[in-house]
Design a protein. Structure first.
Length: 264
């Protein structure tokens, strides 16, 4: 069902209020790895509004390698974020880690993000197939393109066609970067599926200085959007500061992304 053999026309997602993903647009989604404080959320929203970005990313349930690391503010943080984001006219994408969180989060998100550690959580995918909300599935840490497409098939087959995919880098033998951003996956996915394809250069390379060139490469490769991490003080971020842009870097990236997209 997610194959272009089945549906030639490309899918686009309408999140309302003029926010569309796909359909020739370039979607920019930016925000911190984790939602931390009200002040942080407001500063991020101000930064996005100033630059005409309509979707804010951020985690409230965080999949951390260590159980002792910051694990997120939970649904209370999401409610605070939602109140401020609605006032600013900004949409919310946030990771759902388990089935029980779908109902808790439902009224406060515009897009459910399935993280790389949950790409093959088939119960979660089945349940997301039954909600009336957009879903973005990230590629598994060691997942193949085919496995990502099968994960999308779960959601689509269960009835939810508001779906997009995200290349976020895969684990390889290379140690010079956090993950290996698979730019190859972007044109391949665009050929194989009618779903929008998003690139996550922050997790894809994991090093702040290189997020920009990887993001630009993804746009040239045909991505429908870019999702990346930004924070008012990356060095103080509760998670993933090493790959997080400050607002100046973020603003520069937004300008470059839009310029490049016009040329595509
Ligand atoms: C994130 O987006 O902060 C995240 C945890 O991403 P991934 O699932 O790709 O590791
Ligand atoms: Mn992160």
């Amino acid at each position: 069902l997610v194959s272009r053999k089945w549906k030639v026309q490309r899918t686009h997602l309408d999140l309302g209020d003029g926010v569309v993903i796909g359909n020739g647009t370039l979607s920019i989604m930016a925000g911190p790895c984790s939602i931390e404080t009200e002040a942080q959320v407001q500063q991020t929203l101000d930064h996005l509004v100033k630059n005409g970005v309509r979707i804010m990313r951020g985690g409230v349930f965080k999949p951390r390698s260590s159980p002792y690391a910051f694990r997120g503010l939970g649904v209370d943080g999401l409610k605070m974020w939602h109140t401020l984001a609605r006032k600013a006219g900004i949409k919310i994408i946030s990771e759902v880690m388990q089935v029980s969180q779908i109902a808790e989060m439902h009224d406060y998100v515009d897009v459910f993000q399935v993280g790389a550690r949950n790409t093959q959580n088939f119960n979660l995918l089945d349940e997301l197939g039954r909600v009336d909300k957009a879903v973005m599935i990230k590629r598994g840490i060691s997942g193949t393109i085919e496995e990502l497409l099968y994960s999308a098939e779960y959601v689509f087959a269960a009835g939810n066609e508001k779906l997009m995919l995200c290349e976020r880098g895969i684990r390889t033998y290379e140690k010079a970067s956090r993950n290996t951003m698979d730019i190859n996956a972007i044109p391949i996915l665009k050929e194989k599926t009618h779903l929008p394809v998003i690139a996550d250069p922050s997790h894809g390379i994991g090093i702040r200085e290189y997020v920009e060139p990887v993001a630009l490469a993804a746009v040239i490769a045909g991505a429908d959007g870019v999702i990346y991490e930004t924070h008012q003080k990356p060095e103080e971020a509760a998670s993933d500061g090493q790959q997080t842009l400050d607002f100046k870097e973020s603003e520069r990236l937004i300008h470059k992304l839009r310029k490049l997209h016009e040329l595509r």
